[in-house]
Design a protein around this ligand. Structure first.
Ligand code: CA
Length: 690
């Protein structure tokens, strides 16, 4: 590979520089920005997008059906007929939005969880083991995961809320709720469950819920929710058209808690109970518990294995009236961490793994290309960014003259631009993994984000001469001839320019990127000392401000920008991590003041095109000012069993949500001749009489 040879040559050059010293190029011109190149697709699977009415509708169909073995249970008197189990207006998942088409019943999905299962009160923040278990278990008003599939609007999909309408002035939002749906134990679902969740989980400060009254407020003014009738709720907001709030009505943030399950244990209704009891009464292996999800956990061998069976009351169907899900069973092997998921996928015993760490891609890709591999890999759009960050706080963590001199330097655009010109992002990408997986990226909104605008990127190209010219302009000169530039002014005059760069011990690619940055910056006369840190030590450094530069994977705010808009500029005291406030004070740079104005408008703008125009300005300011230094952009990979049909084309393992929240698993199916033996065939969850 051309690029990796380049890195080798660079190593050689660095060695020569160290050995003999070198004279720097004459002060030259600084290169102008160039157009940021388009990314190269991997495979041929760009995301296929749909209008909402091509994906799903809510309507009664003429007839419904179910697996033959479920009909036998109905005939034996163990279940009501399917049309009585379904709501009046089930969600109908349409063939037009399916990647393969209408499915056959049967089969299973074998997955893996590397986190403990504490219990089943997700409403009070107990974990069911993540890794997909929580997505199967908890259902919310709206569903943000598949938003990446929409082309008509950048809004979450309807779920238990079927549709909604804003009042003319934008202060009220009326939501219709699915009619006549039932929990997996047959109890009626309805507005009463939503209002119980709002009043006695979210608004009750004693319940350790995922969102609280403070989440549901804007500028300190509360949002209110009230029941209109059995199928309708009404939101009232302190500002007009706060459409960003729709993203809070989704998984985890507004999962609906079953009133008939939780009210009897809630201290507001049961004076013999208390909040600890409320949180912990659903112990991990006392199954099944009621859910609105497509499968229900029926058996858990603690820390070993969990089996989920189809929910006979699930409220979605395909357009032929087949009750979903298509798959009968989902299993989760359990382990102490996620390693087992990758190993199991390679070995053929697990059906799904996420590729999130590029330095480990090769092994999985190689295995996927072998004839007997049972899985293939889908690549996301360019969402996975690693960048170099400068500590831009003027004061936080500044303890001596050296700290102050470095902060002043980092806050000078000429220095940040010099670093950007010195870093060969394409070459760094090849040092992490050869091939088309990573390429240069100037930071900010990721190319895979709906808000990306390639024409707004100010891209300073790889140009060591430009870096040298800028550093000379800043007054640096190698006065002692050792190959490293010296400060010529101020308290550090005479010292070499030395900067500490932190990387993450746990993320191998940050170390590879850091090592490449050391060599590339040395080439322009800057000595960088690499210091890998464990996660908690890095967190401490960020909070105390005692760090200089670091290599970091960027956050979800640069992809799902609207849902995390507060993190895009210095709007809170703790974000961005590279310019935290110091005891409430922050010396903002001029372009940061502009970023704040743009982002404040963005957060409250209901129109997508208007938001996109604001983000175009944001991208220009961010990249022109090198708010983050040069890095690399790449793709997540989603490894899934080849036998799965209907995985959405280009589905990312992580966008608004993780894999299970993205792939619409209730519509996934397996050809009968590829189905494997089930653990508990022919069974549905059975509840004790309450
Ligand atoms: Ca020197």
């Amino acid at each position: 590979m051309k690029r990796s040879r380049f890195i080798s040559m660079l190593l050689l050059l660095a060695a020569l520089l160290l050995a003999g010293g070198a004279s720097f190029a004459q002060m030259g011109e600084v290169a102008d920005p160039v157009p940021y190149p388009e990314g190269v697709m991997i495979g041929d699977n760009p995301i296929v997008r749909f209008n909402l009415d091509e994906l799903l509708v809510y309507q009664a169909l003429d007839s419904y059906s179910e697996p033959a073995w479920v009909t036998e249970l109905v005939e034996a008197g163990e279940l009501p007929p399917v049309e009585e189990r379904l709501p009046d207006n089930p969600q109908v998942i349409l063939e037009s939005g399916m990647s393969t088409g209408l499915g056959d019943y049967g089969g299973q999905w074998r997955d893996f969880s590397g986190a403990p299962t504490e219990g089943w009160n997700f409403c009070a923040r107990q974990s069911q083991g993540w890794y997909g278990i929580n997505y199967i278990y908890g259902e919310s008003l709206l569903k943000s995961g598949p938003t990446f599939l929409r082309k008509d609007a950048l809004e979450p999909l309807p779920n238990l809320a079927t549709d909604w309408e804003w009042s003319e002035d934008g202060y009220e939002l009326t939501m219709n709720i699915i009619r006549g749906a039932k929990w997996s134990d047959g109890h009626a679902f309805g507005v009463h469950d939503i209002m119980f969740t709002w009043e006695h989980v979210i608004q009750d400060d004693n319940v350790d819920s995922w969102t609280t009254a403070s989440t549901w407020s804007i500028g300190g003014e509360p949002i209110t929710l009230e029941a209109v009738d059995d199928d309708t709720i009404l939101w009232t907001f302190p500002v007009a058209f706060p459409v960003q709030q729709l993203f809070n009505m989704t998984f985890r943030l507004f999962n609906i808690c079953a009133e008939h399950v939780y009210a009897p244990m809630h201290p507001a209704f049961n004076e013999e109970s208390d909040y600890d009891t409320f949180k912990t009464f659903q112990v991990q292996d006392a199954l099944p518990v009621p859910t609105m999800g497509p499968w229900v956990a029926v058996d858990y061998q603690i820390d070993e294995f969990m089996v989920h069976r189809r929910n006979p009351y699930y409220w979605k169907v395909d357009e032929t009236g087949k009750q979903l899900p298509y798959l009968d069973e989902v299993t989760f092997e359990k382990g102490p961490d996620g390693t087992g998921r990758t190993l199991g996928t390679m070995a053929g015993s697990i059906d799904h793994s996420n590729l999130e760490n590029p330095s480990t891609y090769v092994e999985t890709i190689t295995r996927s290309q072998e004839d007997d591999a049972h899985f293939s890999i889908e690549w996301s759009s360019e969402l996975l960014a690693f960048v170099l960050q400068f500590n831009l706080s003027a004061t936080l963590g500044v303890e001596d003259e050296r700290d102050q001199a470095l902060r002043d330097l980092f806050r000078d655009l000429r220095f940040r631009r010099a670093v950007q010109h010195a870093l060969d992002g394409d070459g760094i990408g090849q040092a992490v993994i050869r091939g088309p997986f990573l390429r240069a990226f100037p930071g900010g909104i990721t190319p895979g984000s709906p808000y990306f605008d390639i024409d707004s990127v100010v891209y300073y190209p790889y140009s060591p001469d430009s870096a040298r010219a800028l550093l000379a302009e800043l007054g640096f000169e190698d006065t002692d001839g050792d190959g490293i530039l010296n400060w010529t002014d101020g308290p550090l005059a005479g010292d070499n320019l030395v900067i500490v760069l932190n990387t993450s011990v746990a993320a191998a690619e940050t170390n590879t990127i850091g090592e490449a940055a050391v060599l590339l910056l040395q080439e322009v006369g800057v000595q960088v000392n690499l210091r890998p840190l464990q996660g908690p030590a890095m967190d401490d450094a960020i909070v105390s401000g005692r760090w200089e530069m670091r290599v970091n994977r960027t956050g979800q705010e640069f992809t799902a920008s609207f849902t995390r808009c507060n993190e895009l500029a210095p709007l809170t005291t703790t974000t961005p991590a590279w310019h935290r406030a110091d005891a409430g004070e922050r010396d903002l740079m001029g372009f940061e003041v502009e970023l704040i104005e743009i982002v404040e408008e963005f957060c409250l703008e209901p129109d997508f095109e208007a938001r996109k125009a604001l983000m175009s300005r944001y991208i220009t300011l961010f990249t022109e000012n090198v708010y983050n230094g040069g890095g690399v952009i790449g793709r997540y990979g989603l490894a899934l069993a080849k036998r799965f049909n209907n995985i959405p084309v280009g589905a990312p393992p992580f966008f608004y949500q993780w894999t299970w929240g993205n792939v619409i698993p209730e519509a996934v199916w397996v050809n009968p001749d590829e189905q494997m033996e089930q653990i508990f065939p022919g069974t549905v969850p059975v509840y004790d009489e309450m």
